[in-house]
Design a binder for this molecule. Sequence first.
Ligand SMILES: [Zn+2]
Length: 382
Amino acid sequence: MQLLRRGDTGPAVAEIRATLVSLGLLPPTNGQHHGPAVFDVATEQAVRAFQQQRGMITDGIVGPATYNALAGARWRLGDRNLAYLVSQPITGDDVFALQERLLELGYDAGRPDGVFGKQTELALRSFQRDYGLGVDGMCGPATLRALRQLAPKVRGGRPVFLREQERVRMAGPRLRGKRIVIDAGHGGRDRGVLVAGASEADLMWDLARRLEGRMVATGMEALLSRGPDVCPAEAERAQFANNAGADLFLSLHVDANPSGLAQGVASFHFGTGNGPTSTVGEALAGFIQRELVARTGMLDCRIHPKTWDTLRLTRCPAVRVEVGYLTNPDDRRRLLDPTFRDIVAEGILVAVKRLYLLGKDDQPTGTFTFDDLLRYELAKAE
Ligand SMILES: [Zn+2]
């Protein structure tokens, strides 16, 4: 498709504007203006806000990824019948809402990803069978009514996330053999945050390599989601981890803010706020956050649930860390120091170790060293 950006006009622009209005990101036009729709400054700002909400690159330009996300965002549950179409799966926010609802009711629709796949159909069929509805695997008016009337069957612990927990427990405490995908943010022509010649893409690539080296030394299989000079889409990075059968997905970014005062480290896991949450992702985000704050003295910007593509589309627990603000002088000074990047790599590795130890170690946060880890792995190998 043709990219749409500021200054463009036409029906596609009208469609984009209508969606942004329906999402409350753009004020409705007052009707005095009847000319062709224009991709104006306000539209660009609204596109940026939308991209930010969805964890996409916030360039204010509507390319294929943003266009598809906008198209999907138009659908509310009940707007159309939903079913599994093998050749062209239905995607959209209505599918996401259906998956969330099924999970709330205790049916394993898989990780909610807004794509109506086989797993969603199986969950929907189970639901229909249990509630005496026609079992056709399609979410039409009758099924929808039943879904809306029912109170959640289970509280806390959705099957798909309970299985994640079980997998971590079964995997055992050793790091050896675990397969981790390390995702350095941005890359190629997308430099990410760029301040005074320092780019997020390069810094996170360097951090990823440091982490990779340590992981390989402990016997883990570390895979990088991109090469040094390319920028795969977020969904492709998630797909890479799924194809590799990864145990964990770790995404590395820095943050930026127009105010140079904003600073600190934050970690993100899959979660919808008050709906489903990846409990393993949340635990790992918590360990990473605690280790990094203790080891670096950076401001603690806490952990947060998000539905960004890399967190949503990965089938394994996934965490995204934003290691400080490149726009803040203190954080930038740290990030530019290779020793700091070593400390961060070590902190993340120890956090992964803690996850697999299931809280069964007594080393206080921030004190476990890389050498301790190697000794542990060697002792267990005997
Ligand atoms: Zn980034």
